[in-house]
Design a protein around this ligand. Structure first.
Ligand code: UT7
Length: 319
């Protein structure tokens, strides 16, 4: 039986930091409001000439280095992103060229903040089938491109960043299971209702959100997806060493952990330092907690994501 295993992780954020105090000068908000409602203290914002594939490249290089893998060995690249460099080619193809990889497949997937869990699940199927030997799975976003800096309901929540993992075949898990869901009826509570037609922006190309409705939905489905992963693997939350939910808002994370009876001491929370980085949030949190020594080899980790669509999903993994 072939399983897939994460053999290296990496992450990256742009240099520029925008603190809550900086935001007070841009929009009618306060550090106190943002911290108390979201747990966010700062976010990183791309430089003018920085694009999603630049962040993806640095995260990918760190993941490959951690895995001890040369870029030429990669035979599948999946980039989960809502903020591609351009309409086409895909950010994965652009990343492939920047890495100097010339073999295998490269494509983007779009599931907004659940993007990394979707991409991990897809790459897992390729590795398990034996058709791919080394996959690079990236969540990368320049999400601040989608913000209306006059809308205090949304602009304080998001930031830019990237996280990457290298996935390789192994004789034991690795990835125990992944669980993906979508329900397209909930488009009205979170969307960027714009597109490009004949070279012009059509509709509104910035985030529109009903924060309260998103909050409730997110807690409900993060719990459901987490329980599904536990049930599939016949384990309880007590058997999970670390829970890494999508890093959107500390109150969503705390509410979900409480419903799952998971103590916050075993939940990875990184949202304070970079805000909601959409598809990048889970692999960034995984990489940060591995590098600071909280997550140790052999530990079981439950990942759970939720995002626009709505999409949601989970993955039970062992490092
Ligand atoms: O990946 C998923 C992405 N989306 C999310 O994660 C969002 C999920 N939702 C949330 O995190 C929360 O609903 C928010 C943080 C967006 C809002 O928190 P809340 O406790 O639900 O606040 P609220 O919507 O009840 O708003 C309370 C007040 C309102 O003023 P009024 O109408 O009571 O006078 C808002 O206008 O807070 C006001 N407000 C702000 N005040 C200062 C909204 N945004 C801000 C702001 N600064 N940035």
């Amino acid at each position: 039986m072939i399983y897939s295993k994460i053999t290296g992780t990496g992450s990256d954020v742009p240099e520029k930091i925008l603190t809550n105090v900086d935001l007070e000068k841009i929009v009618d908000t306060s550090d106190d409001w943002i911290r108390s409602r979201t747990g966010i203290c700062q976010r990183h914002v791309r430089a003018e000439d920085e694009v999603t594939s630049d962040l993806a490249l640095r995260a990918a290089q760190r993941a490959l280095h951690a895995a001890g893998i040369a870029a030429e060995q990669v035979d599948l690249i999946i980039v989960a992103t809502t903020t591609p460099d351009m309409v086409f080619p895909s950010t994965a193809c652009i990343l492939q060229a920047k890495l100097g990889v010339t073999q295998g497949a490269a494509f983007d997937i779009q599931a907004v903040c659940t993007g990394f869990v979707y991409a991990l699940s897809i790459a897992d199927q390729f590795i398990r089938s034996g058709s791919v030997k080394c996959a690079l799975v990236v969540g990368a976003e320049t999400f601040t491109n989608l913000l209306d800096w006059n809308d205090r309901n949304t602009c304080v929540l998001f930031g830019d960043g990237a996280g990457a993992v290298v996935l390789q075949p192994a004789s034991e898990p690795g990835i125990y299971s992944t669980h993906l869901h979508a329900d397209g009826r909930h488009v009205d509570i979170l969307s960027v209702p714009g597109s490009i037609s004949a070279g012009a922006a059509v509709g509104s190309p910035t985030v529109q959100m009903d924060g309260g409705a998103v909050f409730k939905f997110a807690v409900k489905v993060l719990k459901q997806a987490s329980l599904e992963a536990l049930a599939t693997n016949h384990i309880s939350m007590d058997d999970v060493d670390w829970f890494i939910p999508h890093q959107a808002n500390v109150r969503i994370i705390e509410a979900t952990a409480a419903k799952l009876k998971m103590p916050m001491s075993r939940v990875i929370v990184t949202v304070a330092n970079h805000g909601n980085t959409s598809a990048a949030s889970i692999p960034m949190a995984l990489d940060i907690a591995l590098r600071d020594g909280r997550i140790k080899p052999g530990q079981k980790i439950l990942l759970a994501g939720v995002g626009g669509g709505f999409t949601w999903g989970s993955a039970l993994i062992q490092m």
